[in-house]
Ligand binder design. Structure first.
Ligand SMILES: *Cc1c(COP(=O)(O)O)cnc(C)c1O
Length: 386
Protein backbone atom coordinates (compact mmCIF):
# COMPACT_ATOMS: atom_id res chain seq x y z
CA UNK A 1 0.00 0.00 0.00
CA UNK A 2 1.30 3.47 -0.90
CA UNK A 3 0.33 5.53 2.18
CA UNK A 4 -0.97 9.11 1.97
CA UNK A 5 1.87 10.33 4.18
CA UNK A 6 5.07 8.89 5.62
CA UNK A 7 8.05 10.02 7.67
CA UNK A 8 11.55 10.20 6.20
CA UNK A 9 14.18 8.87 8.63
CA UNK A 10 17.86 8.68 7.67
CA UNK A 11 21.04 7.56 9.44
CA UNK A 12 21.74 11.07 10.76
CA UNK A 13 18.34 11.03 12.49
CA UNK A 14 19.07 7.66 14.05
CA UNK A 15 22.55 8.74 15.16
CA UNK A 16 21.27 11.87 16.83
CA UNK A 17 18.67 9.94 18.84
CA UNK A 18 21.27 7.32 19.82
CA UNK A 19 23.57 10.08 21.02
CA UNK A 20 20.89 11.21 23.47
CA UNK A 21 20.27 7.65 24.68
CA UNK A 22 23.96 7.46 25.58
CA UNK A 23 23.94 10.86 27.27
CA UNK A 24 23.01 11.95 30.81
CA UNK A 25 19.65 13.49 29.89
CA UNK A 26 16.63 11.79 28.39
CA UNK A 27 14.47 14.77 29.29
CA UNK A 28 15.09 18.40 30.28
CA UNK A 29 18.60 18.52 28.85
CA UNK A 30 20.22 20.65 26.14
CA UNK A 31 18.44 19.27 23.04
CA UNK A 32 14.98 20.73 23.64
CA UNK A 33 16.23 24.34 23.91
CA UNK A 34 18.48 23.73 20.90
CA UNK A 35 15.54 22.45 18.85
CA UNK A 36 13.51 25.47 19.93
CA UNK A 37 16.29 27.87 18.96
CA UNK A 38 16.84 26.10 15.64
CA UNK A 39 13.24 26.53 14.53
CA UNK A 40 12.74 29.97 16.09
CA UNK A 41 15.77 31.23 14.19
CA UNK A 42 14.72 29.54 10.97
CA UNK A 43 11.20 30.98 10.88
CA UNK A 44 11.97 34.31 12.56
CA UNK A 45 10.14 33.94 15.88
CA UNK A 46 11.37 35.40 19.16
CA UNK A 47 10.26 32.44 21.31
CA UNK A 48 9.59 28.77 20.59
CA UNK A 49 8.26 26.25 23.13
CA UNK A 50 8.48 22.58 22.24
CA UNK A 51 5.65 20.39 23.54
CA UNK A 52 4.70 16.72 23.43
CA UNK A 53 2.10 17.40 20.70
CA UNK A 54 0.51 20.18 18.68
CA UNK A 55 -2.66 19.46 20.63
CA UNK A 56 -0.97 20.43 23.90
CA UNK A 57 0.63 23.45 22.21
CA UNK A 58 -2.87 24.58 21.14
CA UNK A 59 -4.11 24.06 24.70
CA UNK A 60 -1.37 26.16 26.36
CA UNK A 61 -1.73 28.78 23.61
CA UNK A 62 -5.43 29.17 24.47
CA UNK A 63 -4.65 29.28 28.19
CA UNK A 64 -1.97 31.92 27.69
CA UNK A 65 -4.52 34.03 25.80
CA UNK A 66 -6.81 33.75 28.86
CA UNK A 67 -9.48 31.77 27.05
CA UNK A 68 -11.99 30.54 29.63
CA UNK A 69 -15.59 29.98 30.56
CA UNK A 70 -18.02 32.39 28.83
CA UNK A 71 -15.50 32.98 26.03
CA UNK A 72 -15.82 31.85 22.42
CA UNK A 73 -13.20 30.21 20.22
CA UNK A 74 -13.86 30.16 16.48
CA UNK A 75 -12.15 28.00 13.91
CA UNK A 76 -12.78 26.28 10.57
CA UNK A 77 -14.90 23.13 10.39
CA UNK A 78 -12.42 21.59 7.91
CA UNK A 79 -9.65 20.69 10.33
CA UNK A 80 -8.55 18.02 12.73
CA UNK A 81 -10.69 18.00 15.88
CA UNK A 82 -7.77 19.32 17.99
CA UNK A 83 -8.09 22.84 16.49
CA UNK A 84 -11.54 23.10 18.08
CA UNK A 85 -11.12 20.86 21.14
CA UNK A 86 -8.49 23.20 22.59
CA UNK A 87 -11.32 25.69 23.20
CA UNK A 88 -13.37 23.06 25.03
CA UNK A 89 -10.37 22.14 27.23
CA UNK A 90 -10.48 25.73 28.53
CA UNK A 91 -14.22 25.58 29.21
CA UNK A 92 -14.92 27.98 26.34
CA UNK A 93 -17.61 27.58 23.69
CA UNK A 94 -16.65 26.72 20.13
CA UNK A 95 -18.12 27.96 16.87
CA UNK A 96 -17.05 27.67 13.25
CA UNK A 97 -16.57 29.87 10.20
CA UNK A 98 -17.27 28.32 6.78
CA UNK A 99 -14.46 27.81 4.27
CA UNK A 100 -13.43 29.62 1.11
CA UNK A 101 -14.36 27.49 -1.94
CA UNK A 102 -10.95 28.04 -3.59
CA UNK A 103 -8.44 27.65 -0.76
CA UNK A 104 -10.59 25.47 1.57
CA UNK A 105 -9.30 27.67 4.42
CA UNK A 106 -11.51 29.70 6.72
CA UNK A 107 -13.10 32.42 4.57
CA UNK A 108 -12.29 35.99 5.67
CA UNK A 109 -15.57 37.10 4.04
CA UNK A 110 -17.61 34.60 6.05
CA UNK A 111 -15.59 35.61 9.12
CA UNK A 112 -16.42 39.27 8.68
CA UNK A 113 -20.14 38.56 8.20
CA UNK A 114 -20.19 36.40 11.33
CA UNK A 115 -18.31 39.04 13.35
CA UNK A 116 -20.89 41.69 12.43
CA UNK A 117 -23.70 39.48 13.78
CA UNK A 118 -21.71 38.37 16.83
CA UNK A 119 -21.03 41.98 17.75
CA UNK A 120 -24.75 42.79 17.70
CA UNK A 121 -25.40 39.76 19.90
CA UNK A 122 -22.49 40.48 22.25
CA UNK A 123 -20.88 37.13 21.40
CA UNK A 124 -17.60 38.13 19.78
CA UNK A 125 -14.85 35.48 19.90
CA UNK A 126 -11.84 35.85 22.16
CA UNK A 127 -9.66 33.55 20.05
CA UNK A 128 -9.67 32.56 16.38
CA UNK A 129 -7.72 29.46 15.34
CA UNK A 130 -6.68 29.92 11.69
CA UNK A 131 -5.74 26.54 10.21
CA UNK A 132 -3.41 26.48 7.19
CA UNK A 133 -5.12 23.53 5.52
CA UNK A 134 -2.85 21.31 3.42
CA UNK A 135 -0.03 23.77 4.17
CA UNK A 136 -1.51 26.73 2.29
CA UNK A 137 -1.56 29.73 4.63
CA UNK A 138 -4.84 31.46 5.42
CA UNK A 139 -5.34 35.05 4.31
CA UNK A 140 -3.55 36.21 7.45
CA UNK A 141 -3.46 39.87 6.55
CA UNK A 142 -7.26 40.03 6.22
CA UNK A 143 -7.69 38.02 9.43
CA UNK A 144 -5.28 40.31 11.26
CA UNK A 145 -7.18 43.42 10.13
CA UNK A 146 -10.43 41.92 11.43
CA UNK A 147 -8.75 40.92 14.71
CA UNK A 148 -7.74 44.54 15.26
CA UNK A 149 -11.20 45.84 14.43
CA UNK A 150 -13.12 43.32 16.55
CA UNK A 151 -10.57 42.72 19.29
CA UNK A 152 -9.88 38.99 19.14
CA UNK A 153 -6.62 37.04 19.39
CA UNK A 154 -5.29 34.82 16.62
CA UNK A 155 -3.60 31.42 16.84
CA UNK A 156 -2.23 29.99 13.59
CA UNK A 157 -2.61 26.22 13.56
CA UNK A 158 0.30 25.63 11.19
CA UNK A 159 0.42 21.87 11.77
CA UNK A 160 0.38 21.42 7.98
CA UNK A 161 2.56 24.36 7.08
CA UNK A 162 5.99 23.92 8.68
CA UNK A 163 8.49 25.16 6.10
CA UNK A 164 5.83 27.04 4.11
CA UNK A 165 5.85 30.78 3.50
CA UNK A 166 3.38 33.64 3.48
CA UNK A 167 4.22 36.84 1.60
CA UNK A 168 7.76 35.53 1.26
CA UNK A 169 8.39 34.87 4.98
CA UNK A 170 8.38 31.59 6.84
CA UNK A 171 5.15 30.65 8.56
CA UNK A 172 5.78 30.74 12.30
CA UNK A 173 7.03 34.33 12.48
CA UNK A 174 3.53 35.20 13.81
CA UNK A 175 3.61 38.53 12.01
CA UNK A 176 -0.19 38.51 11.78
CA UNK A 177 -1.00 36.41 14.84
CA UNK A 178 -0.29 36.06 18.56
CA UNK A 179 0.92 32.46 18.54
CA UNK A 180 1.71 29.88 15.84
CA UNK A 181 1.54 26.12 16.46
CA UNK A 182 3.47 23.38 14.61
CA UNK A 183 2.91 19.60 14.69
CA UNK A 184 5.65 17.01 14.33
CA UNK A 185 3.44 13.91 14.07
CA UNK A 186 5.03 11.40 11.63
CA UNK A 187 2.60 12.19 8.79
CA UNK A 188 3.43 15.91 9.01
CA UNK A 189 6.39 17.55 7.27
CA UNK A 190 9.15 16.96 9.82
CA UNK A 191 8.69 14.62 12.76
CA UNK A 192 9.66 14.04 16.37
CA UNK A 193 7.33 10.98 16.59
CA UNK A 194 4.83 12.85 18.78
CA UNK A 195 5.57 16.52 19.23
CA UNK A 196 4.55 20.10 18.71
CA UNK A 197 5.68 23.67 19.19
CA UNK A 198 4.18 27.04 20.08
CA UNK A 199 5.95 30.11 18.68
CA UNK A 200 5.40 33.74 19.66
CA UNK A 201 7.10 37.12 19.67
CA UNK A 202 5.42 38.12 22.93
CA UNK A 203 7.59 37.70 26.08
CA UNK A 204 4.61 37.51 28.39
CA UNK A 205 2.78 34.85 26.35
CA UNK A 206 5.99 32.80 26.13
CA UNK A 207 6.44 32.95 29.90
CA UNK A 208 2.85 31.86 30.50
CA UNK A 209 3.06 28.98 28.02
CA UNK A 210 6.32 27.89 29.63
CA UNK A 211 4.53 27.61 32.98
CA UNK A 212 1.49 25.80 31.58
CA UNK A 213 3.79 23.33 29.82
CA UNK A 214 5.36 22.17 33.08
CA UNK A 215 2.91 21.99 36.03
CA UNK A 216 2.69 25.75 36.52
CA UNK A 217 5.91 25.41 38.49
CA UNK A 218 8.80 27.87 38.38
CA UNK A 219 12.29 28.40 39.78
CA UNK A 220 12.22 32.03 38.67
CA UNK A 221 12.24 34.08 41.87
CA UNK A 222 10.65 37.11 40.22
CA UNK A 223 7.47 35.07 39.62
CA UNK A 224 7.19 33.80 43.23
CA UNK A 225 5.00 35.23 45.98
CA UNK A 226 7.81 35.08 48.54
CA UNK A 227 11.53 34.47 48.91
CA UNK A 228 12.59 30.85 48.20
CA UNK A 229 12.77 28.65 51.33
CA UNK A 230 16.19 27.51 50.11
CA UNK A 231 18.16 26.43 47.04
CA UNK A 232 15.78 23.44 46.53
CA UNK A 233 12.74 25.63 46.27
CA UNK A 234 10.32 25.82 43.37
CA UNK A 235 6.89 27.33 43.47
CA UNK A 236 3.62 26.43 41.77
CA UNK A 237 2.25 29.75 40.57
CA UNK A 238 -0.59 28.42 38.38
CA UNK A 239 -2.17 25.09 37.41
CA UNK A 240 -0.18 23.54 34.57
CA UNK A 241 0.36 20.20 32.88
CA UNK A 242 3.19 17.92 31.86
CA UNK A 243 3.31 18.77 28.16
CA UNK A 244 7.10 18.67 27.82
CA UNK A 245 9.01 17.24 24.87
CA UNK A 246 11.77 14.70 25.57
CA UNK A 247 15.43 14.99 24.57
CA UNK A 248 15.04 12.01 22.23
CA UNK A 249 12.27 13.77 20.35
CA UNK A 250 14.14 17.07 20.21
CA UNK A 251 17.28 15.35 18.87
CA UNK A 252 15.19 13.84 16.08
CA UNK A 253 13.60 17.24 15.46
CA UNK A 254 16.96 19.01 15.20
CA UNK A 255 18.19 16.45 12.71
CA UNK A 256 14.95 16.59 10.68
CA UNK A 257 15.02 20.41 10.63
CA UNK A 258 18.22 20.30 8.56
CA UNK A 259 16.18 18.74 5.73
CA UNK A 260 13.02 20.84 6.12
CA UNK A 261 13.53 22.98 3.01
CA UNK A 262 14.42 20.00 0.84
CA UNK A 263 11.36 18.09 2.11
CA UNK A 264 9.05 20.95 1.16
CA UNK A 265 10.81 21.41 -2.19
CA UNK A 266 10.29 17.72 -3.03
CA UNK A 267 6.61 18.06 -2.07
CA UNK A 268 6.34 20.97 -4.50
CA UNK A 269 7.90 18.87 -7.28
CA UNK A 270 5.36 16.15 -6.62
CA UNK A 271 2.47 18.64 -6.55
CA UNK A 272 3.64 20.13 -9.83
CA UNK A 273 3.75 16.67 -11.35
CA UNK A 274 0.27 15.79 -10.03
CA UNK A 275 -1.01 19.07 -11.47
CA UNK A 276 0.31 18.12 -14.90
CA UNK A 277 -0.70 14.47 -14.89
CA UNK A 278 -4.21 15.05 -13.54
CA UNK A 279 -5.13 18.20 -15.42
CA UNK A 280 -7.57 16.72 -17.93
CA UNK A 281 -9.47 14.51 -15.50
CA UNK A 282 -12.86 15.36 -13.92
CA UNK A 283 -11.14 16.70 -10.81
CA UNK A 284 -10.73 20.06 -9.13
CA UNK A 285 -7.03 20.36 -8.38
CA UNK A 286 -5.60 22.40 -5.48
CA UNK A 287 -5.55 26.13 -6.09
CA UNK A 288 -2.42 27.90 -4.90
CA UNK A 289 -2.62 31.49 -3.72
CA UNK A 290 0.14 33.49 -5.49
CA UNK A 291 1.06 35.18 -2.18
CA UNK A 292 2.17 31.97 -0.54
CA UNK A 293 4.41 28.93 -0.75
CA UNK A 294 2.53 26.00 0.75
CA UNK A 295 4.11 23.56 3.21
CA UNK A 296 2.18 21.00 1.14
CA UNK A 297 1.38 18.57 3.90
CA UNK A 298 -1.53 17.34 1.78
CA UNK A 299 -2.52 17.18 -1.88
CA UNK A 300 -6.32 17.15 -1.98
CA UNK A 301 -8.33 16.64 -5.16
CA UNK A 302 -12.09 17.14 -5.41
CA UNK A 303 -14.17 14.83 -7.60
CA UNK A 304 -16.42 16.50 -10.17
CA UNK A 305 -19.18 14.06 -9.37
CA UNK A 306 -21.57 15.17 -12.12
CA UNK A 307 -18.97 14.15 -14.73
CA UNK A 308 -18.30 10.61 -13.49
CA UNK A 309 -20.40 7.50 -13.06
CA UNK A 310 -19.02 6.54 -9.64
CA UNK A 311 -19.76 8.20 -6.33
CA UNK A 312 -17.21 9.58 -3.87
CA UNK A 313 -17.08 6.47 -1.76
CA UNK A 314 -16.66 4.17 -4.77
CA UNK A 315 -13.65 6.14 -6.02
CA UNK A 316 -12.15 6.19 -2.52
CA UNK A 317 -12.65 2.46 -2.00
CA UNK A 318 -11.47 1.71 -5.53
CA UNK A 319 -8.18 3.48 -4.83
CA UNK A 320 -7.71 1.60 -1.55
CA UNK A 321 -8.40 -1.69 -3.39
CA UNK A 322 -5.68 -0.78 -5.87
CA UNK A 323 -3.19 -0.28 -3.04
CA UNK A 324 -3.37 3.51 -2.88
CA UNK A 325 -3.70 4.58 0.77
CA UNK A 326 -5.84 7.63 0.15
CA UNK A 327 -7.44 9.48 3.03
CA UNK A 328 -9.98 12.22 3.67
CA UNK A 329 -9.02 15.44 5.44
CA UNK A 330 -11.31 16.23 7.13
CA UNK A 331 -14.72 15.20 8.36
CA UNK A 332 -16.17 18.65 9.21
CA UNK A 333 -15.80 18.96 12.99
CA UNK A 334 -19.34 20.28 13.52
CA UNK A 335 -20.77 17.01 12.12
CA UNK A 336 -19.04 14.92 14.79
CA UNK A 337 -21.63 13.53 17.24
CA UNK A 338 -19.78 15.21 20.13
CA UNK A 339 -20.31 18.58 18.45
CA UNK A 340 -23.85 17.72 17.28
CA UNK A 341 -24.69 17.31 20.97
CA UNK A 342 -23.78 21.00 21.37
CA UNK A 343 -26.43 21.91 18.80
CA UNK A 344 -24.54 21.94 15.49
CA UNK A 345 -26.43 20.46 12.54
CA UNK A 346 -25.59 19.22 9.05
CA UNK A 347 -26.16 22.17 6.75
CA UNK A 348 -24.65 24.70 9.16
CA UNK A 349 -21.48 25.13 7.04
CA UNK A 350 -22.42 24.24 3.44
CA UNK A 351 -19.05 24.92 1.75
CA UNK A 352 -17.29 22.68 4.28
CA UNK A 353 -19.85 19.93 3.78
CA UNK A 354 -19.65 20.18 -0.01
CA UNK A 355 -15.86 19.91 0.23
CA UNK A 356 -16.25 16.82 2.43
CA UNK A 357 -18.52 15.15 -0.13
CA UNK A 358 -15.87 15.44 -2.89
CA UNK A 359 -12.37 15.53 -1.33
CA UNK A 360 -9.71 12.83 -1.44
CA UNK A 361 -6.12 13.22 -0.15
CA UNK A 362 -3.68 11.58 -2.56
CA UNK A 363 -0.29 10.27 -1.37
CA UNK A 364 2.06 13.21 -0.67
CA UNK A 365 5.36 12.83 1.18
CA UNK A 366 9.00 13.48 0.44
CA UNK A 367 9.85 9.78 -0.04
CA UNK A 368 7.16 9.19 -2.68
CA UNK A 369 8.92 8.23 -5.93
CA UNK A 370 7.90 9.39 -9.40
CA UNK A 371 7.09 5.75 -10.21
CA UNK A 372 4.79 5.40 -7.21
CA UNK A 373 3.16 8.69 -8.08
CA UNK A 374 2.56 7.47 -11.64
CA UNK A 375 0.88 4.36 -10.19
CA UNK A 376 -1.42 6.61 -8.14
CA UNK A 377 -2.32 8.63 -11.23
CA UNK A 378 -2.98 5.51 -13.35
CA UNK A 379 -5.22 4.01 -10.69
CA UNK A 380 -7.21 7.22 -10.31
CA UNK A 381 -7.52 7.67 -14.07
CA UNK A 382 -8.82 4.13 -14.51
CA UNK A 383 -11.43 4.61 -11.81
CA UNK A 384 -12.64 7.95 -13.15
CA UNK A 385 -12.87 6.72 -16.75
CA UNK A 386 -14.47 3.29 -16.12
C1 LIG B 1 -2.09 16.95 13.26
C2 LIG B 1 -2.88 18.15 13.60
C3 LIG B 1 -3.09 18.60 14.91
C4 LIG B 1 -2.66 17.82 16.10
O1 LIG B 1 -1.33 17.49 16.06
P1 LIG B 1 -0.71 16.51 17.15
O2 LIG B 1 0.75 16.85 17.11
O3 LIG B 1 -1.00 15.13 16.64
O4 LIG B 1 -1.34 16.77 18.45
C5 LIG B 1 -3.76 19.78 15.11
N1 LIG B 1 -4.24 20.49 14.08
C6 LIG B 1 -4.09 20.09 12.80
C7 LIG B 1 -4.64 20.93 11.71
C8 LIG B 1 -3.44 18.90 12.53
O5 LIG B 1 -3.32 18.47 11.27
Amino acid sequence: MIPYGKQDINQADIDSVLEVLNSDFLTQGPKVPLFEQTLAKKVGAKHALATNSATSALHIACLALDLGKDDWLWTTPVTFVASANCGLYCGAQVDFVDIDPDTYNLSPKALEAKLVTAKQEGKLPKVLVAVHLCGQPCDMQAIHTLSQRYGFKVIEDASHAVGGRYQGDYIGNSRYSDITVFSFHPVKIITTAEGGMALTNDDHLAEKMNLFRSHGVTRDQTLMTHEPDGPWYYQQVTLGFNYRMTELQAALGISQSQRLDSFVARRHQLAQRYNELLQNLPLTLPWQHPDSYSGLHLYVVRLQLSKISKNHRQVFEGLREKGIGVNLHYIPVHTQPYYQDMGFRPGDFPEAEKYYSEAISLPMYQGLTDQQQSDVVLALKALLEE
